[in-house]
Design a protein around this ligand. Structure first.
Ligand SMILES: NC(=O)c1ccc[n+]([C@@H]2O[C@H](COP(=O)([O-])OP(=O)(O)OC[C@H]3O[C@@H](n4cnc5c(N)ncnc54)[C@H](O)[C@@H]3O)[C@@H](O)[C@H]2O)c1
Ligand SMILES: [Zn+2]
Ligand SMILES: [Zn+2]
Length: 440
């Protein structure tokens, strides 16, 4: 798939972007190297010594990374399920750090300042950016392949293949952030790195899932997938007034975690094979809102395992079909989980006949929610982002961490990945361990 998609993109030619995105267009320091996690093939990622990025455009900032992480979205890359990956691509889209170098146009940010980065690169000036819909920016992704498949292009994303702009990512010691004044959030005094890091992705993403799909007070909500996103979605749903939240997954420790931290009613889909049937037993008439926080790379049934293997579809419809069946007539279904392309056997009839509001949430626009998340929820202590952190490991372990996160080893949830520039852990948060020492 990678060779074909890269060739097709080359054949179509790149769209112009408002900043350099590809490594070949960027400036790199002549001296020194840094550690970074790079993709070499399905299930083959490695910590390499890479060149260090430098200021390329005048609106850039280069940061020294003090905290990075791994996301469920990285697992789609790990499995080679996202198009246009190339050997040597530096991955990672959740990161924070200290400003190291600033471009000549940057006046509001200074060397030494602590910042967290958005997972998307937005230009700050297009019609979408003016509305703070940063993930939908028109000017930072050259991918003609994405334009061909979707009719338009999303914003470029850090470390997320050449389908998303080819921008080197943040599982590294240094990162170049274009349009830095728009894409970086200064971290207020008194907020720890652990409390700030997840503003990069997990917090705006989970909040967007709940707000954009329209959870209202009194709603009964179902969440498919209880990884870090699903766990935060459960908390937001409750904070927005949901009367009941039912969480669907197969990992007992994830179901227990959601029950313990967010009062979620667990539904293990290996125990209840017919998930919609079980939901109708629990909630006669069905859910008000169903939220997809799962993963399309884990086909559930043999039919779809085979179709995927034969490349007859890129994505599986199992979760969305369950959601539509389990939702009440006129209810809403939201997709925050990432999908890439086409699927077979989608229950279009049920969607239409039940009058379901079926909402693609898109990549979450971080910029739309940053102020609210920080000032209304995190700083006043109404939402504690550290509840989801299960481990802290050094960047050296990043390749092993991909394998462990993929297999959900050792009760893994969200990981804080430290670099040589990190400070000590926040009291009460996990201290550093090595992946090799974890119980398998
Ligand atoms: N739209 C965005 O902006 C955005 C941002 C970040 C992550 N995401 C997506 O959100 C999703 C969740 O991310 P995460 O970090 O929590 O991932 P994760 O991989 O840690 O968790 C996914 C969970 O879904 C469960 N699951 C898989 N198939 C299922 C099924 N058929 N029914 C119920 N549960 C199922 C898995 O067991 C797992 O616990 C991923 O698809 C990720 O790509 C989207
Ligand atoms: Zn992510
Ligand atoms: Zn823009």
């Amino acid at each position: 798939m990678q060779t074909a998609s890269n060739k097709f993109q080359e054949h179509l030619g790149a769209y112009p972007t408002a900043t350099a995105t590809e490594p070949s267009q960027m400036k790199w320091r002549e001296e020194g190297t840094m550690k970074a996690l790079a993709w070499f093939g399905p299930k083959d990622v490695r910590v390499i010594e890479s060149r260090i990025p430098d200021i390329t455009d005048p609106d850039d900032v280069v940061i020294k990374v003090t905290g990075t992480s791994i996301c469920g979205s990285d697992l789609h890359l790990y499995h080679g399920e996202i198009m246009a990956l190339q050997r040597g691509d530096i991955l990672g889209h959740e990161f924070m750090g200290v400003i190291d170098r600033v471009g000549s146009n940057v006046t509001h940010l200074k060397a030494g300042q602590r910042v967290v980065s958005s997972f998307q690169v937005a230009c700050g000036q297009c019609e979408y950016c003016k509305k703070k819909l940063s993930s939908f920016c028109d000017r930072t992704n050259h991918s003609s392949l994405q334009n061909y498949l979707y009719g338009t292009r999303d914003a470029g994303l850090f470390g997320y293949s050449h389908f998303a702009g080819g921008i080197p990512g943040g599982q590294a010691e240094y990162v170049r952030v274009p349009f830095a004044e728009y894409n970086l959030l200064p971290i207020p005094e008194g907020l720890s790195d652990e409390q700030a890091l997840y503003l990069s992705d997990v917090l705006p993403t989970s909040y967007h899932s709940v707000v954009d799909t329209g959870v209202k007070p009194g709603d009964v909500v179902g969440i498919w997938g209880l990884g870090p996103i699903g766990q935060c979605v459960a908390q937001w749903a409750k904070l927005k007034g949901a009367s009941r939240v039912i969480g669907i997954d197969k990992h007992p420790e994830r179901l227990e975690f959601a029950q313990k931290h967010s009062g979620v009613e667990p539904l293990n889909f290996t125990e209840y094979i017919d998930v919609p049937e079980r939901i109708h037993e629990l909630v006669p008439g069905g859910l008000d809102v169903a939220l997809d926080c799962g993963t399309f790379h884990e086909a559930k049934t043999l039919t779809h395992k085979v179709q995927k293997a034969l490349m007859l579809e890129t994505d599986v419809p199992e979760t969305v079909n369950e959601m539509i069946l389990a939702t009440r007539k006129r209810g809403s279904c939201g997709l925050i989980a990432v999908y890439a392309g086409f699927t077979n056997g989608f229950n279009l009839g049920a969607l239409m006949e039940k009058g379901i509001r079926f909402i693609g949430n898109g990549q979450a626009p971080t910029k739309l929610y940053w102020d609210e998340l920080l000032n209304d929820w995190i700083l006043p202590g109404k939402f504690d982002p550290t509840f989801v952190i299960s481990h802290r490991v050094p960047l050296d372990d990043m390749a092993k961490l991909y394998a462990a996160f993929d297999k959900r080893e050792n009760g893994i949830m969200k990981v804080f990945v430290e670099t040589q520039f990190s400070g000590p852990p926040m009291p009460g948060c996990p201290t550093t361990t090595r992946v090799d020492d974890w119980e398998k």
